[in-house]
Write a new protein. Structure first.
Length: 206
């Protein structure tokens, strides 16, 4: 997975914000997407919605496929607002209180249990028609060991906790490039502050 530049991250966050807004206000999908060449490359992503307090409000993702990354982000953002079965649909009144986080996924690779690094790897556990996915930041948030992370991914797949020990269970890993609207605001602020200090210094010398 190649690293995205600041411009691409801003564009994806803008797409996600517009998609969530359109979903909440009109229950429609976003049609007007950037034609940026990098964002047209195939990819997978998760879009996570949180309240300002940090409480989860919705999360929907799509594993890497042939779909353009920008279209995946738009779809997942809209679905996170309307289709996460754990929550009611996001209302227009909530939009100002919601923070958006995007996780852009690397391609999936098979991994042995003893190679899993919590915080670095996200996991996909598959057996038959059952599949569970957990993002890398989940292991960090809940301080999971590698084994506990495997167990929780199995449970997410609707399997028994120790299903990862079964030869019929397929374990795959991915990494994620994670960025949020909060990150974008902090970066924008850090760029403005040196300019402000420079202007203040110049003005004090006149």
């Amino acid at each position: 997975m190649s690293s995205l530049g600041s411009r691409e991250k801003y564009l994806l966050l803008d797409v996600a914000r517009r998609a969530v807004t359109r979903a909440a206000e009109f229950h429609e999908t976003l049609a007007n997407l950037p034609a940026d060449e990098i964002l047209q490359r195939p990819g997978g992503a998760f879009v996570t919605l949180r309240r300002r307090s940090g409480r989860l409000r919705g999360c929907i993702g799509q594993l890497p496929s042939k779909d353009p990354l920008v279209a995946v982000v738009a779809h997942c953002a809209s679905a996170a607002a309307l289709e996460d079965p754990r929550f009611s649909a996001v209302s227009p009144q909530e939009l100002d209180e919601i923070e958006i986080e995007i996780s852009v996924l690397s391609p999936l690779e098979s991994i042995a249990p003893d190679e899993i690094e919590p915080g670095k790897h996200g996991l996909v556990v598959t057996r038959g028609s059952n599949r569970g996915v957990l993002l890398p930041q989940v292991a960090v948030e809940f301080h999971f060991s590698a084994e506990r992370f495997l167990e929780e991914t199995c449970l997410k797949a609707g399997l028994e906790r120790e299903a990862w020990k079964n030869a019929a269970t397929h374990i795959e890993a991915f990494t994620a490039e994670v960025f949020s609207e909060s990150d974008a605001r902090l970066e924008e602020k850090s760029h403005r502050e040196p300019q402000a200090r420079t202007k203040t210094r110049y003005s004090s010398s006149t």
